[in-house]
Structures are given as C-alpha cells and as structure tokens.
Design a protein around this ligand. Structure first.
Ligand SMILES: NC(=O)c1ccc[n+]([C@@H]2O[C@H](COP(=O)([O-])OP(=O)(O)OC[C@H]3O[C@@H](n4cnc5c(N)ncnc54)[C@H](O)[C@@H]3O)[C@@H](O)[C@H]2O)c1
Length: 434
C-alpha cells in the first residue's frame, strides 16, 4: 500500500519505518528540514534501539522517503497517518492545534479519496473535529480513523512489530478491511487481536491505558513512602503482591515518579476532559499529585543527608533520560532533582549513556556532564541514581568508592541491595526501604 506519515518523532518514524519494513511504500513528512535531511540519509535523529538498522535498510531499498512537502505527501498515500505532537496546554488539556493544522492541510490538498488515520493521542471527540476540519476544505471522499499507539520508547520497534492488540476506531466497513490488511503482518505470528470499535471509544482507550498504568506507579510510590516510615521494605512488599495473578508484576516498581511525554500529559488531559464534562476525575488528580511530590523525593533525601547545606558539595547523577533505552528528556524526574540540587547550590555532575545531548537543552547551565560513569563520581559527596540503565545495575563498587569523597548512594530505582552496600561501606538510601 502507499502510506503517508505526517510527523517523524518517536511515533511517526517508528510507524513509517515499520510499515515500510512490511513492504509498503512510505513517505514521511516533517516540518523540520534538518530532521528530514538526516532521515533521508538513513540517520536516526533520536535514540531508539533497533530503529536505526530498520531505517537504514528501508531508505536504501527506497521504500521509505522523507520530505517537508506536505502537499506531495498528502497526494502520495491512500492512507495518511497523523503522528504530530499533542503537548499539554497551560491548563493541562491536550493542545491539538498541530493535529487540526495538519487536518486542514490534508483537506486543502487532497485530490482523491483518503483514509486519514490519527495516531496522535487526542481528547475524545477529536476525530469528529478532524472530520469537520477536512470537510470544510474539500468535497472529496475521506474517512477518519482513530488508531491510538501503545509503543514504549526504548522498545518501540518490538512493540509496533508485535503489539498486544491494535485498536482501530472506525465506522466504515471498507476502511476496516483496508486496515485489517495493513496490520495483518503485525499480528500474524502472535494471533493478537485487531479490535475495531467506534472512534470515541478508541480515543478513550489510550487515556484509560496510560492512566491505569500511571495509577499503579503512583499507588506504589505512596505505599513506598509509608513503608519507609513504618520500617517495611517496599521491595519485599512488591514481591509479595506481584505474584498475585490479579495484580501481576508490571508497573509496580517504586521510584522517583513517572516522566516522559505521555503519562504526565495524558493523565492531565483526562482530568481536563472530566472538567469539561462536569465529572471530577478524583483518582486521576491524585495520581498526578502523588507523582509531582514523588519527583522531589530523592532531592529531599540528599538535602537532608547533607544537612541542608550543599555549598561546596558535589552530587553525581547517574541517568538523565526519563527511562532507560531512550534519550527523551521530556518530564524526566532527573530535571526536578537537578534543579533542586542547583537551587541548593550543590555542584552537579551528570552522566547518561545516550541522553547527554538532549539533557544539555533541558538542564540548568551549571550542570557539568561526563561521558564516563566512574569519572562522574570524582570528589562526589553523594550519588543519585535516577534512570535504571542496565550498566548501573552491577557497577564496580570498589572503583566507585575510590572516586567518591563520601560514599553515599541515593538509589531512585531501588536497584541495589541495601545490606550489600552497607557491608561495602556505603551510606545507602532507596525509595521506601525502611
Ligand atoms: N512518544 C511516545 O512514546 C508515544 C507513544 C504513544 C503515543 N504517543 C503520542 O503520539 C504523538 C506524537 O508523539 P511523539 O513522541 O512522536 O512526538 P514528537 O514530538 O517526538 O514528534 C512530533 C513530530 O511532528 C512534527 N510536526 C509537528 N507539526 C507538524 C506539521 N504541521 N507538519 C509536519 N510535521 C509536524 C515535529 O517536527 C516532530 O518531529 C503524541 O500525541 C503522543 O502523545 C507518543
């Protein structure tokens, strides 16, 4: 099939590349010329495991091309994906102006019937807005499909190639058949379902999924903070509940709060949707509030350990991206931590395996970056571990001690064994480990 994808961020590029990998001819559009130039050479513009090889191959085999020319792209694909950003507005609602701008351009430029698939995460009812926006510009036939994306950064290719389920909101029978054909290769081996439903339910599924997952994180963090005060260890509690099949093991890790471009914005967007409909989203509000507090917890522990005075104190930070496997810094808990430390006049030296370049744009200019995880510790009075990159799991503790002025570890992901670290002569604090 001939496909156009508008927006080549984490979602759009994954979608475009994976659809090209299954034999489709794909044109991706972005408004950023630099991004388009790099991608046209088969070079990835952000860190995402496995996407680089796929991109290079599909560009080389000429199934995947990039352009800034929206008109050309609109008239190329029989299916047009919208994968632009929908960031939080000041009041927490989702800003869908980029989606509507693209919809309007599609309407203005299309010269034959199209299927417009919205993959951006959008408030319930947006498909109707997209529909009326396009209809305001053209008399050609078109269909609007709501097809939320569930990929995780750091595992995007695998998630897209082997989804647990595919959710498609559409009313048209013919459109349903087209999308079934397009997505069949992705469910062929697993037998996982393609779930067809109405547009509004499909849009709601995405917010429900993210809020559900975020709720588990916030509840575990709340339980962790209480466990700490009661002398219980949240890691034992986690194991104790995780074997319960009704609960399961996913998303029950205590830590420094969730970040990224999705959970924080989608929980807030749901709260805002509730407000619009006079339905207070009490749970969603609590999830958000707990998370906001949690993002400050590691900094509070370090400030307290250093007796409130961080002048002339050096704090090392391991891990900056909002989670391992990505260089995405959007809403990363490391930002809250580092801003608090800098406010308290600490000297901050930070290391991340892939996110130093993106972090530089987000963090205060006082932060010093080091490409070497051990040299980051030189002269440090404390180490904060914020992102659970694999290489931080089993470091050389003797070497760490040699570098550190004061061997104190603040483990924001509970990856170390407190007893082991105490035996090795470290001061240790995790999250919720009484
Ligand atoms: N990142 C994720 O893990 C993830 C997962 C599922 C769903 N989503 C949703 O998918 C959407 C996209 O997310 P993302 O993380 O890929 O965003 P992103 O910010 O990484 O990428 C968006 C891209 O769209 C481009 N763009 C914006 N307006 C444009 C226009 N008018 N024409 C052409 N290009 C334009 C931008 O230049 C950018 O490259 C959001 O709604 C997000 O909530 C994201």
């Amino acid at each position: 099939m001939k496909i156009s994808v508008i927006g080549t961020g984490y979602v759009g590029l994954t979608v475009g590349t994976c659809l090209a990998e299954t034999g489709n001819d794909v044109v991706c559009v972005d408004k950023d010329q630099e991004v388009v130039d790099e991608l046209s050479e088969g070079k990835l513009t952000f860190h995402e495991p496995a996407l680089d090889d796929l991109l290079e191959r599909n560009v080389a085999e000429e199934r995947l091309t990039f352009t800034t020319d929206l008109e050309k792209a609109v008239n190329f694909g029989e299916i047009i994906y919208i994968t632009v950003g929908t960031p939080s507005d000041g009041d927490g609602s989702a800003d869908i102006s980029a989606v509507l701008e693209v919809a309007s351009s599609i309407g203005r430029t299309m010269e034959e019937p199209k299927i417009v698939v919205n993959k951006s995460t959008v408030p319930v009812g947006t498909a109707d807005e997209v529909r009326s926006t396009i209809a305001g510009e053209t008399d050609e036939e078109f269909h609007v499909v709501s097809n939320p994306e569930f990929l995780k950064e750091g595992n995007a290719v695998d998630d897209f190639m082997k989804p647990d389920r595919i959710v498609v909101g559409t009313e048209g029978e013919k459109v349903r058949k087209t999308l079934e054909d397009l997505y069949e290769p992705f469910v062929r081996t697993t037998g996982n379902p393609i779930l067809f439903m109405d547009n509004r339910s499909a849009e709601m599924v995405k917010y429900a999924a993210n809020t559900m997952l975020a709720s588990r994180v916030s509840l575990m963090n709340e339980l962790a903070n209480l466990s700490e005060k009661l002398g219980a260890d949240i890691e034992n509690v986690r194991r104790g509940i995780g074997y319960d099949h009704r609960i399961g093991t996913h998303f029950i890790f205590a830590g420094t709060g969730y970040g990224g471009s999705c959970f924080p914005k989608d929980v807030r967007a749901l709260i805002s949707l509730g407000k619009e409909k006079d339905t207070e989203m009490k749970m969603a509000k609590a999830i958000h509030q707990v998370n906001e507090t949690q993002k400050g917890i590691l900094a509070d522990k370090i400030v307290q350990y250093l007796d409130g005075d961080m002048t002339d104190k050096k704090v090392a930070v391991w891990g900056l991206s909002f989670k391992p496997g990505t260089d995405d810094m959007r809403n990363a808990p490391s930002i809250n931590l580092i801003e608090k430390l800098i406010e308290g006049r600490a000297e901050v030296v930070a290391h991340d395996p892939v996110a130093i370049d993106t972090a530089r744009e987000e963090l205060p200019e006082e932060v010093v970056f080091n490409e070497d995880q051990y040299k980051t510790l030189q002269g440090a009075h404390a180490l904060a571990v914020v992102t659970e990159w694999k290489k931080f799991r089993n470091p050389n503790f003797d070497r760490m001690k040699e570098f550190m002025e004061d061997p104190a570890i603040f483990d924001g992901r509970n990856i170390y064994d407190p007893a082991k670290l105490n035996n090795l002569g470290f001061y240790y604090e995790g999250i919720g480990r009484g």
